[in-house]
Design a protein around this ligand. Structure first.
Ligand code: BDP
Length: 682
């Protein structure tokens, strides 16, 4: 098994009894009314899936004539239990009804029914209703026009730009199927560091061709745009958002896009961030820029998604505070079809971050959650890191913006501030590798993102359990072992890279491996020393009143959780406090010993992960087993590298011995530094 089929494997169910029960329950698939392209996708998938799982052809009928046990796809405008994209699956006599208000709802219901069969649920009393809590469930592809992917670790872009629009890779359809199966309904096809080329007559037909393949799966296409496009492409002397000619250029360009892609979703914009052009180049603010694009998109019900990932090159400030400082004052100034996309944490997709203080702070502006599925800071495609616990930790965090229970998820889904538009985005981890995600186990992260975007109340364990049963094995004991392996993997990774609230210690530029001694870079906030602040006294970034006071950006209740170093939970300690090396922590250890304990036990956990993986060998396809085994070995090498680099480097400041029972690293700091140096070579 090369992993290409993802979780849509549809192999014959091994349990013969179960298979017979399903087969006797399902004799045909019936659709009513017109067979739209979306209904065509639903029936095609059901036929494909059931044939594989049950080993029998299931016929397709237009209207129901018998009551022998059919799956009936029923559009029902009066369905009270669901929203527009939701579904209701229930028994009616011998039939199974998949009912929804829209064709898209029926498509999602069909995939849900298949998932129930794939995971071996009984259909005897089926009665499932489910509706997505967030409207736009999006993937953000950071793909470039030359086929490379920014921060992509699974090969080249899925989009074969040179072949498009004439040749359609069959993979585009499989991509759409996979997304639809987990409820993803929007995709931004290109990098936020956007090439203006995507808006040319060269690239628009290519994007149009992709949109045509995705449409029958309920997926709308968005594009990242370069704010300076009027200058770059339009020959204008400015891209000032208040200049009438610039505004007209965007109005015309938007019309041209909608003529080609009538259901085009809109624009995603990274502006005045990391060197990208933006409204501030002309003395305007982010709302001015977003509103200009919103105006061009409004006649077509399009949306502009404006990113809040901004931080100025200011050596004395605290990058933590930057997005809040720039965006909070603009609350209420954005047009109704302009929404603001915020990364989960205040810095940049670190293995652990507190939630961004913007969540809860902009009640008049719909905020989009941006997660990173691609493992830029979580070990690329050599590390097994299941991200559902990271996503959940943020979504479940309480902002107290509107009293207790104002979780980040309730900000994002609009239930607290009654947003008209709601959205969640994940930076995709897909690429041209045969198994889509490089590390086979990273498929679970794509899956988990989609499942949580649909319903953030699902637990990490439940999502892992589903995914394992659909892609790896249904054997009960191995399912349990792998579920534990997955759910513990993120904490393991945090422990051997950035425990206790450390952050931004990774290799410069590439963001690979440890580089805690990095003290000079093009910008101070691209170094590691800016963040960890280790000295003879201790380590950590004081963000309380005595330091940068970034904590003040949170509600008083949240401040209370984190402001006191005595009571601040250890996972967040060094995010907010500079703590003395010999300070006794709630664990009973002094800080230095706790740090060593985390680095050593984190690295040891990778050995344990290997043992767990070996123990399930007979239940796993050999090709997948070998692939994951090899990557776990690489992960072990990296974990020890991280451990050695960090304890040896921080020991220069603490001057304390490695506590028993741990052994001193076998190599010296100079030797470890050499490994990191090599990664800085071109
Ligand atoms: C950073 C990445 C960079 C992205 C940037 C962003 O290193 O490649 O362009 O995020 O999100 O983490 O814009």
């Amino acid at each position: 098994d090369d992993g290409y089929r993802l979780w849509l494997k549809y192999d014959l169910l091994k349990d013969e009894q179960l298979r017979k029960t399903y087969a006797s329950t399902i004799s045909s698939i019936v659709y009513e009314g017109e067979k739209s392209p979306v209904i065509q996708s639903a029936t095609e998938e059901l036929q494909l899936g059931l044939k594989g799982l049950l080993g029998k052809e299931i016929s397709l009928k237009h209207t129901n004539t018998t009551n022998l046990g059919s799956i009936i796809l029923k559009k029902d405008n009066t369905e009270k239990l669901t929203n527009d994209e939701g579904y209701h699956i229930y028994r009616q006599g011998k039939n199974i009804i998949v009912s929804a208000k829209t064709d898209n709802g029926i498509l999602y219901g069909s995939f849900a029914l298949l998932r129930n069969i794939q995971t071996g649920q009984s259909l005897a009393k089926t009665d499932i209703t489910s509706s997505p809590k967030i409207q736009y469930r999006m993937l953000n592809h950071w793909d470039n026009p030359n086929g490379t992917i920014e921060r992509g670790y699974a090969g080249a872009s899925l989009w074969k730009w040179f072949e498009l629009p004439e040749r359609l890779d069959p993979r585009y359809k499989d991509y759409a199927r996979a997304n639809a199966s987990i409820g993803i309904n929007c995709t931004v096809v290109n990098n936020v560091n956007a090439s203006a080329r995507f808006l040319t007559t060269e690239y628009l037909p290519k994007v149009q061709a992709l949109a045509n393949v995705f449409r029958p799966y309920g997926i709308r296409v968005f594009m990242s745009v370069n704010f300076a496009a009027p200058k770059i492409l339009g020959g204008l002397s400015t891209s000032d958002p208040l200049d009438p000619k610039v505004r007209q250029w965007w109005i015309d360009k938007t019309k041209e896009i909608y003529a080609a892609i009538p259901d085009f979703g809109g624009f995603l914009v990274k502006a005045n961030s990391e060197g990208e052009p933006g409204p501030q180049d002309y003395g305007r603010n982010h709302a001015d820029g977003a509103n200009m694009l919103a105006e061009a998109l409004a006649p077509f019900q399009g949306t502009v998604i404006w990113r809040a990932f901004v931080y100025k090159a200011d050596a004395n400030g605290d990058r933590f505070k930057a997005a809040y400082e720039e965006f909070k004052p603009l609350d209420g100034q954005f047009k109704s079809n302009a929404i603001v996309q915020v990364k989960n944490g205040p810095i940049d997709f670190q293995p652990r971050e507190p939630f961004s203080p913007l969540f809860g702070a902009m009640p008049k502006t719909p905020l989009v959650m941006e997660f990173q599925i691609t493992q830029e800071y979580l070990g690329f495609s050599t590390n097994l890191v299941y991200l559902a616990p990271l996503f959940k930790e943020c979504l479940d965090a309480d902002t107290y913006a509107n009293g207790a229970g104002s979780t980040v998820s309730k900000i994002v889904d609009g239930s607290i501030n009654h947003y008209q538009k709601t959205a969640i985005a994940g930076v995709a981890n897909t690429g041209s590798d045969r198994n889509w995600t490089g590390h086979f186990m990273s498929q679970a992260n794509w899956y988990a993102f989609g499942r949580l975007a649909w319903d953030y109340t699902l637990s990490s364990e439940l999502i892992a359990d589903e995914w394992i049963k659909m892609t790896l094995t249904k054997d009960a004991v191995p399912v349990k072992i792998i579920t534990n392996l997955l759910t513990g993997s993120r904490e393991n990774y945090v422990n051997f890279t950035t425990p206790l609230g450390l952050h931004h210690l990774m290799g410069q530029g590439l963001h690979f491996g440890p580089h805690p001694w990095l003290e000079k870079s093009a910008r101070p906030d691209w170094t590691a020393t800016y963040y960890h602040r280790a000295d003879a006294n201790g380590i950590g970034f004081d963000r309380t009143k005595s330091g940068s006071n970034a904590l003040a950006q949170y509600s008083p209740e949240v401040q209370k959780q984190w402001e006191n170093p005595e009571t601040c939970p250890l996972p967040y300690l060094l995010w907010f406090h500079h703590v003395a090396w010999n300070k006794k922590l709630s664990s009973g250890r002094i800080l230095w010993d706790e740090l060593c304990y985390r680095y050593y036990s984190g690295a040891e956990s990778v050995q344990k992960m290997q043992n767990d993986w070996k123990s399930v060998k007979t239940s796993i396809d050999p090709e997948i087993f070998e692939d994951v085994s090899g990557r776990l070995l690489a992960q072990q090498r990296e974990a020890i590298w991280w451990r050695d680099a960090c304890v040896l480097y921080f020991q220069e400041f603490s001057k304390l011995p490695i506590p028993a029972p741990y052994q001193k690293p076998e190599r010296t700091l100079t030797e470890v530094k050499k490994i990191t140096d090599v990664y800085q070579l071109r």
